[in-house]
Ligand binder design. Sequence first.
Ligand SMILES: [Zn+2]
Length: 427
Amino acid sequence: MKLQPRKFLLAAVCAACLGTAFAAPDARIASLAAKEKPALLETLKELVSIESGSRDLEGLEKISDLIAAKFKAMGGEVELIDPSAEAYRMEDTPEKIGRAVRATFKGTGKKKILLIAHMDTVYTVGMLNKQPFRVEGDKAYGLGIADDKQGVAVIAHTVAMLQALKFKDYGTLTVLINGDEEISSPGSRALITRLGGEHDAVLSFEGASVKEDKLSLATAGIASVSLNVTGKASHAGSAPELGVNALYELSHQILQMRDLSDPATGLKMNWTISKSGSNRNVIPASASAGADVRVLKVSDYDRIEQQVQERVKKQLIPEAKVEMKFERRRPPLEATDASRALATHAQQIYKDELGRPLGADDKVAGGGTDAAFAALKTKAPVVERFGLQGFGAHSADAEYVLVDSIEPRLYLATRMVMDLSRNKIGN
Ligand SMILES: [Zn+2]
């Protein structure tokens, strides 16, 4: 084909004024993404139509069977993993935890790539009726569609695209879909951390925002401290000296642990709950309190737990029994050079091949994610929010994803797996 002289000139001038030549998208990948879009919407409909609250074992069994079948059909080696036995047990951890789906695809290369998302939601059984799947304009609505069923769908259709491309240059492509994210991943956290350590890169598919499309490199760590003090009841009027005042001991503990926040590191610890006593005229035999802890660095997580453990030993009333529990709800995800390089590469693909802006945020924002567990014991890059742009997570009335973000995200995830496999990132 011959370019008309004027058009050619225009193109040349434009390339010059932009500084870099705009590389067109890989036509094959772009057309595959377009082809997968209606299929992905169909998958979303299937996923959203199964209620799968974190404590709904029946629903989780159904949805994990469906997801397992999808990856099996694509040739993956699929395992359904019951993570209950190795669970990190917190106050609200259920006895039995929903299964995780792990799918492994073997390639001909060396690189090991992990893709993660979760299939559980915050919703309870029966809420689906009010929010069935529907597409209206550029929005696809449904319960848990943004958080995080879109993540499962994007991963499944990215794998489908890689297969259609006959792309096998990775060593191992692992998919992990867990069913306990919304209760702080008590069961799957250890598995996710292990897998993070065994892979060369981790892409996590929580959704991106509709307001600002950006990847996320850092999230806050969340912990809780609970104190339980046991004393001895006695008549407050006639024999207070025979009692052990649990409220006095608790008050002492709270006051001696009121200054552990550290603005310099962003560490925050605040006492937020307390309870004690039963009757005005009885020396309280029990008292309890809870504190909320936020950290930005994994090392601060260790430090604050140690500090609390040390301080709690200093008692006001030696006869009182003080029990302290430090629960690590979620570690922080810290930005690293490796994760920055991976995000920069993704931004380049978006800009150069799709002409779309994509942010990458290394400041802590929003809630915790499983990406942080994946990053705990690895030097590999871990980047969050490869999922679709969406809105309304946990809101129960208008959760949706942007249909227009399906093709670019499928394109991006596919290209990232290709470039990671071919060692083109961070070298
Ligand atoms: Zn989520």
